[in-house]
Design a protein around this ligand. Structure first.
Ligand SMILES: Cc1ncc(C[n+]2csc(CCOP(=O)(O)OP(=O)(O)O)c2C)c(N)n1
Ligand SMILES: [Mg+2]
Length: 714
């Protein structure tokens, strides 16, 4: 059984206790802790007050009912309330995967959400404490990203206390020239000029001194601070590992060392503070408590004040459903439309932006069909109007990579900004929109942490181009798609991932839809490919209006943002809901239809154009707007009127080994089988390819033409 013992670094425990007590005395109400394997079980029992009996039961491998697919012990989160001189404090230890350091930005996001909920502007009410290993702290890039976020507008939390459990070895790697190029493992923190307090962990009083200084510093300056707890690892990486095989000299020395506790007992006995017997008694009492399965944290609050943390019960236990009332009354849309397009006196808008604003005015008046930007922004406005806070981050989200959003207007005279979504009414909930630093991994992880802590609102992360989301693949794999099933933690985070084959080359084309579909199971996420402004409106509203919380992966458009056919009417917002499948805009008489084309996303408009120009009355085109959970029932219903079908084709822009083909075809085949067992699903799309797209515009055009033709011919 792996424990990843803390032996050699035991000073961590009094250090943590002191940080918590001192934070409480400075007025903290919540503390979020993040850490990896080393010493975690120790911290859960000795600091958070987990009952040792519960832990020992877990060691026996007992599976609790209703606990999903589960996770190993040293990844489990935990929360409790403890008493401090400043009153009760809620402690939350974040669940984390094995991937070292990725929990750091998740903790920061969770802290930020709690601070926002409490209107804790300077971060004094909620404090993050993150523990690290020396090797991981020096090596993992996400540490640098997290530091880089620490003082930004959108991601700052008023400083984090970092503790490096510096046992001078990472698994079997201990040579400095192998592990890093910096002098100290903590040097990465120098980039934000954080104080770094190196301390000998075998000197508990020195540890106490730097611990108090660290919390005082954070309290005073609202900046990050690092405690480098210089210690050693008494055993192997885990208890089954023999460390002498790779670290013979180091372990020769370690074997001869007295434990920190023995050293300190000697010191106290010599100073006449306690006797040997008293020390022995304390040890025995502690051991007995563990053996009896009693809590060992004296400050633990047995009946915790629930008001210190968010109540998730309204969101628990809901079966997945696509159904949701998401339409909004015309009067409300008109009222909000006016607010969205009103600009303060004397505020000078840039010319192209001014056109967008005046177009939006016309859309509200019903004089122009609505476009994507309108549908999206109106979704935000209506949600705010109904009391749901919104947070949107990502690179360049204020304007939108493709200039469609313009949620933040910039005064051409003095550079000041105007955010209409913040000015809807006096008592509206918070609307936050921040351009992020150029990071995918830490920023998406931060938003995961935020969304798992703030269930009442909409939390959106947008990729610049969808493919860059794979820089955050760890977050997608280890948290977003599996967190609910491993840990029972719900998350309503929305990812907006621009996608579409427009000849811009191997990158900038694909959001790697196939990756998300491959990860889809057990209703873990929702993968949607909306193609109209009203669909994005209803999709975003549905994400908040249903009580269930599931990550939403939305494949969003680029050229469709301005496509003349990709528009909606106001009626589509005031009636209806998100449709998982869409019939085409130019329906043919079902009795004449012998060819059915199924597709998702932008290729629909290419197909539609060809159908119209070739006057193909024999063809029907159906869009699948939600690929997961696959809407089998809705598709059945839509297909039932086509009784004369001879050919059915799935058409996609992506190469055959990518897009939805491999991961979704069985769902479509099942639907066809239910309709008519003789029907066979064929493929029209790009050939299998190593890169997501080609690099030449001429080749792109050729390929696109061929796949559209194939859909009508094969
Ligand atoms: C991203 C990542 N890469 C590799 C591993 C495998 N691994 C687990 S622990 C460990 C060594 C960690 O060393 P350090 O950060 O010094 O912590 P320690 O175990 O010494 O406390 C490694 C390489 C991992 N968990 N995560
Ligand atoms: Mg180490």
């Amino acid at each position: 059984m792996k424990r990843f013992g803390l032996e050699g670094g035991e000073s961590l425990i009094p250090c943590l206790d002191e940080l918590i007590q001192r934070a409480g005395s400075y007025g903290a109400k919540e503390i979020v802790l993040g850490m990896a394997h080393r010493g975690r079980l120790n911290v859960l029992v000795n600091t958070l007050g987990k009952n040792p009996r519960e832990l020992f039961d877990e060691f026996e491998g007992k599976k609790l009912a209703d606990s999903g697919s589960g996770d190993v012990k040293y990844h489990q989160g935990f929360s409790s309330n403890v008493m401090t001189p400043g009153g009760e404090v809620h402690l939350a230890m974040a669940f984390n995967p094995s991937h070292l350091e990725i929990v750091s930005p998740v903790v920061e996001g969770s802290v930020r959400a709690r601070q926002t909920r409490r209107n804790d502007e300077d971060g004094s009410k909620v404090v993050p404490i993150i523990m690290h290993g020396d090797a991981a702290f020096a090596g993992q890039g996400v540490v640098m990203e997290t530091f880089q976020m620490s003082q930004t507008r959108g991601f700052g939390v008023g400083g984090t206390i970092h503790i490096v459990i510096n046992n001078q070895v990472g698994f079997t790697t201990s040579k400095q020239e192998d592990a890093r190029s910096t002098e100290y493992c903590t040097d990465v923190a120098k980039m934000i000029q954080a104080p770094i307090l190196h301390v000998n962990a075998d000197d508990p009083e020195a540890v106490m001194f730097v611990t108090q200084m660290a919390m005082d510093y954070r309290n005073e300056f609202k900046n990050d601070v690092v405690i480098d707890l210089v210690c050693y690892r008494r055993r192997g990486h885990n208890e089954a590992d023999e460390p002498a095989a790779t670290q013979p000299v180091m372990y020769e020395k370690i074997r001869k060392l007295k434990t920190t506790r023995n050293l300190y007992v000697d010191q106290l006995v010599e100073a006449g503070v306690i006797t040997e017997e008293e020390a022995k008694q304390m040890e025995n009492d502690y051991r007995d408590a563990l053996d009896n399965g009693e809590h060992v944290v004296k400050s633990l609050v047995k009946e915790p004040n629930k008001e210190l943390y968010v109540d998730w019960t309204p969101y628990l236990g809901h079966e997945w459903t696509a159904k949701c009332k998401s339409s909004v009354a015309l009067k409300t849309i008109q009222k909000l439309g006016k607010k969205l397009t009103s600009v303060p006196e004397g505020f000078s808008i840039q010319r192209q932006v001014s056109k967008i604003v005046s177009d939006r005015e016309k859309m509200t008046a019903g004089a122009l069909p609505i476009n994507w930007g309108y549908g999206e922004v109106m979704a935000y406005a209506t949600l705010l109007n109904e009391g749901h806070p919104i947070r949107i981050t990502g690179q360049d989200v204020g304007r939108g990579t493709f200039s469609h959003r313009h949620a933040v207007l910039h005064n051409q005279k003095d550079g000041s900004t105007h955010i209409a979504l913040e000015q809807l009414s006096e008592d509206q909930p918070k609307f936050e929109i921040y351009d992020s630093l150029l990071s995918e991994e830490a920023v998406m992880a931060f938003e995961y942490g935020y969304a798992t802590t703030a269930p009442d609102g909409l939390v959106v992360w947008e990729a610049q181009f969808g493919d860059f989301a794979n820089g955050a693949q760890v977050v997608i794999d280890q948290f977003l798609t599996s967190g609910e099933h491993k840990w029972g933690r719900l998350c309503g985070l929305t990812l907006l991932l621009p996608h579409g084959y427009e000849g811009q080359g191997p990158e900038h084309s694909s959001a790697r839809l196939e990756r998300f579909l491959q990860l889809s199971a057990e209703h873990n996420i929702q993968v949607c490919v909306p193609t109209t402004p009203s669909q994005v409106f209803h999709m975003l509203r549905r994400q908040v209006k249903r009580p269930l919380r599931k990550p939403l992966v939305a494949i969003t458009p680029k050229s469709l943002l301005r496509h003349k056919e990709a528009t909606s009417d106001l009626d589509d917002l005031t009636t209806g809901t998100f449709k998982t499948v869409l019939p085409e805009k130019e329906p043919s008489d079902p009795k004449k239809v012998t060819r059915l084309i199924l597709c998702s996303g932008k290729v629909y408009f290419d197909l539609l154009e060809k159908k119209k120009s070739d006057e193909r009355e024999d063809v029907a085109i159906v869009r699948i707007e939600q690929l997961y959970p696959f809407p089998g029932d809705d598709l059945d219903e839509l297909l039932s009127e086509y009784t004369k079908l001879k050919h059915v084709v799935w058409c996609q822009e992506e190469p055959m080994n990518q897009g939805a083909w491999y991961c979704s075809q069985h769902h479509m085949r099942n639907a066809l089988h239910r309709l008519n067992p003789k029907l066979y699903l064929q493929y029209a799309g790009r050939d299998a390819s190593a890169a997501p797209a080609c690099g030449h515009m001429s080749v792109h055009i050729e390929e696109q033409k061929k796949l559209v033709n194939d859909a009508f011919e094969i």
